[in-house]
Ligand binder design. Structure first.
Ligand SMILES: [Zn+2]
Length: 129
């Protein structure tokens, strides 16, 4: 098979195929924003019990990236890195919501006019004909 990816799209994503697999799918940005960044939940995530299935026994977790690291050094060097900083910037932006999608499609509340009862009757009369 030929090349599946266009050239000059590297952009710090090491393996696009691996990132697209649902088996390793991480948490979405809106999930992190709404649930994980809450201070109580954050403390819970950063002080997890020992888990032998997770990298580094689940002791070095980055909340913003939703990722486990092997060592504390790896985690702190991650915080200094470009990818982590970009992720933090993305998390500061408001999450894309259903309301916003509806507004973009012209289904938002501000475009919908309140229908009066006389107008409703007129519509019903027109339908009956
Ligand atoms: Zn991070």
């Amino acid at each position: 098979m030929g090349r599946l990816r266009c050239s000059r799209v590297h952009n710090a994503r090491r393996d696009v195929h691996r990132a697209a697999r649902t088996r390793v799918r991480g948490r979405d940005l809106d999930q992190i924003q709404m649930l994980d960044l809450d201070s109580k939940r954050r403390l819970e995530l950063e002080a997890q019990p020992l888990d032998f299935e997770k990298p580094g026994l689940a002791q070095h977790y980055c909340v913003e990236c939703a990722k486990y690291y092997e060592t504390d050094t790896a985690l702190t060097s991650r915080w200094r890195g470009k990818v982590h900083k970009r992720r933090c910037r993305q998390l500061k932006e408001p999450a894309y919501t259903i309301e916003e999608a509806e507004r973009a499609a012209g289904l938002g509340r501000e475009t919908r006019k309140p229908v009066s009862t006389t107008a409703m009757l007129m519509i019903r009369m027109a339908r009956c004909r």
